[in-house]
Design a protein around this ligand. Structure first.
Ligand SMILES: Cc1ncc(COP(=O)(O)O)c(C=O)c1O
Length: 381
C-alpha cells in the first residue's frame, strides 16, 4: 500500500532532533525555524519533556475518560496559572481542528443559535465545521457547504458592526485568530478584538479565540488576544501544547456551563498526553520562555526590518512573517539547501518563522547572516 499523497514533500528525512536543531539520516545538521509548523514550543526532545513522558509510559499510557484521571486536573490547574485564566474550565481533545470543532459546537449549544462569523484569510482546520469557517475553497468539500457561516473582511470594524446590527440575535459565535498564521501572519488589530468582545457581550454571542498557532506563548503573551486586553469566551489550543505530542483543548469561560454528553472524546486528555502537556508548561515557566520569545522575536524583527530587500516584516514574539519580492523568490529554497535552515511559508510569497520559543540569540543571529548571504548571492546572479 502507498501513502495517500496529500502534500508536496521536501526530499529530506529527519531522524534526530534537539532544541532548535534537527539532523537528517546522513547526519546533516539543520536549524529549525519552522518548528514543525509551530508545534515545537519548548525545543525538540527537551530532556524534562522526555523524562515526564517516559515515566508516565512506564505507569500507564491510556485509560478511557470514564474514570478519574488526576493528571487532567493537574494540567488544568497549571494551565490556569500559566495563562492567568484560573477561573476557566478545560476540555481536552487531540488536534487544532477538533478543538475548534468543539468550540463552535459548544457556542451553538450555549446560545441555541446557528450562525458563525469568521474572516477573510482565516484557517481553522479540516474537520467539517472548522473547514466551513476557513477561507479556502480548496479545503472544503461540497458536503462542508453551509449557510450558517458569514465571512467578513478581516479587521473591518464597520462590516462587523453592520453584520451584528442586521443579524446579531442569530449569531452563535465569532471565531478569530489573534494573528493569522496560514493566511500569512496578519495581526488582528487590538481595537478589532475589542469590538468583537463588545458586540458579543451586547448580542449574547460567544467570542472564540483560535489560539492554535498564535497561542501558548508564541506571541510573547500566553494568548496573543491578551495584547488587546480582552478575555475571550473560549480559547482553542493545540500545536505548542504538547511540543509534538498530540494534545489539544479548549479553555472555556466560567459562565458557559457543562452539560453531560454534549462534548466527548476517546483519546482526549489521556495520561500520556497530559504528562507531555504538563511538562511543556513546567518548562515554559521555569525557562521564562514567553520573555525569551518576546526578546528574541523583537530582535529578529528589528534586524529583518534593516534588510532593504525584504518587505512588510510583521508579527509578534516568535511568530514572524515577511514578504519576499519576486526577484528573491528562491530565498526559502536557498535557505534550506545552502544554509540548512528550515523556515515556513504562506502563499504566495511570505516566509514565516515559527521556531521553538527557546530559540537562542545566537541562532537568531545566524539566521540573519544567512538571509543576508543568500540575498547577496542572488543579487549577483
Ligand atoms: C489557527 C489554526 N487553527 C487550527 C488549525 C488546525 O490544527 P490541526 O492541524 O491540529 O487540526 C491550525 C493548523 O495549522 C491553525 O493554524
Amino acid at each position: 500500500m502507498n501513502l495517500f499523497d496529500v502534500y508536496p514533500l521536501q526530499d529530506i528525512t529527519i531522524t534526530k532532533a534537539s532544541g532548535s536543531t534537527v539532523w537528517d539520516e546522513k547526519g546533516n545538521e539543520y536549524m529549525d525555524l519552522y518548528g514543525g509548523h509551530a508545534v515545537i514550543s519548548i525545543g525538540h526532545t527537551h530532556p524534562h519533556w522526555v523524562q515526564r513522558i517516559e515515566e508516565q509510559l512506564k505507569k500507564i499510557a491510556f485509560y478511557s475518560n470514564s474514570i478519574r484521571i488526576p493528571l487532567q486536573q493537574e494540567l488544568a490547574t497549571k494551565l490556569g496559572k500559566v495563562s492567568g485564566k484560573e477561573d476557566y474550565q478545560l476540555f481536552l481533545c487531540n488536534s487544532g481542528a477538533e478543538a475548534n470543532e468543539n468550540a463552535l459546537k459548544l457556542a451553538s449549544f450555549h446560545t441555541g443559535r446557528k450562525k458563525i462569523v469568521t474572516f477573510s484569510k482565516s484557517f481553522h482546520g479540516r474537520t467539517s465545521l472548522a473547514v466551513a469557517v476557513t477561507d479556502n475553497k480548496n479545503y472544503s468539500a461540497p458536503v462542508n457547504e453551509t449557510e450558517n457561516v458569514i465571512f467578513l473582511p478581516f479587521n473591518d470594524e464597520q462590516a462587523l458592526q453592520d453584520c451584528f446590527t442586521q443579524q446579531g440575535n442569530e449569531i452563535a459565535a465569532v471565531i478569530i485568530e489573534g494573528i493569522q498564521g496560514v493566511g500569512g501572519i496578519h495581526e488582528a488589530a487590538d481595537s478589532f478584538l475589542q469590538k468583537i468582545r463588545s458586540l458579543c457581550d451586547q448580542f449574547g454571542a460567544v467570542y472564540i479565540a483560535d489560539s492554535v498557532q498564535c497561542g501558548y506563548g508564541r506571541s510573547g503573551q500566553f494568548f496573543s488576544h491578551d495584547y488587546a486586553g480582552v478575555q475571550a469566551d473560549i480559547y482553542s489550543m493545540a500545536k505548542g501544547m504538547g511540543n509534538g505530542f498530540p494534545v489539544a483543548g479548549i479553555m472555556i469561560a466560567p459562565h458557559i456551563k457543562p452539560i453531560h454528553f454534549q462534548l466527548g472524546t476517546t483519546f482526549g486528555g489521556n495520561h500520556l498526553a497530559c504528562a507531555a502537556a504538563i511538562a511543556v508548561l513546567e518548562v515554559i515557566e521555569k525557562e521564562a520562555l514567553l520573555d525569551n520569545a518576546l526578546q528574541v522575536g523583537q530582535w529578529l524583527q528589528e534586524e529583518l526590518k534593516k534588510i532593504p530587500e525584504l518587505e512588510g516584516v510583521r508579527g509578534r514574539g516568535l511568530m514572524i512573517g515577511f514578504d519576499v519580492p519576486p526577484t528573491y523568490s528562491d530565498l526559502k529554497k536557498r535557505l534550506l539547501s545552502n544554509q540548512r535552515i528550515f523556515t515556513g511559508e504562506a502563499k504566495p510569497n511570505v516566509i514565516r518563522l515559527l521556531p521553538s520559543l527557546a530559540l537562542t540569540q545566537e541562532d537568531a543571529k545566524r539566521f540573519i547572516e544567512a538571509v543576508k548571504a543568500e540575498l547577496k548571492a542572488m543579487s549577483t546572479l
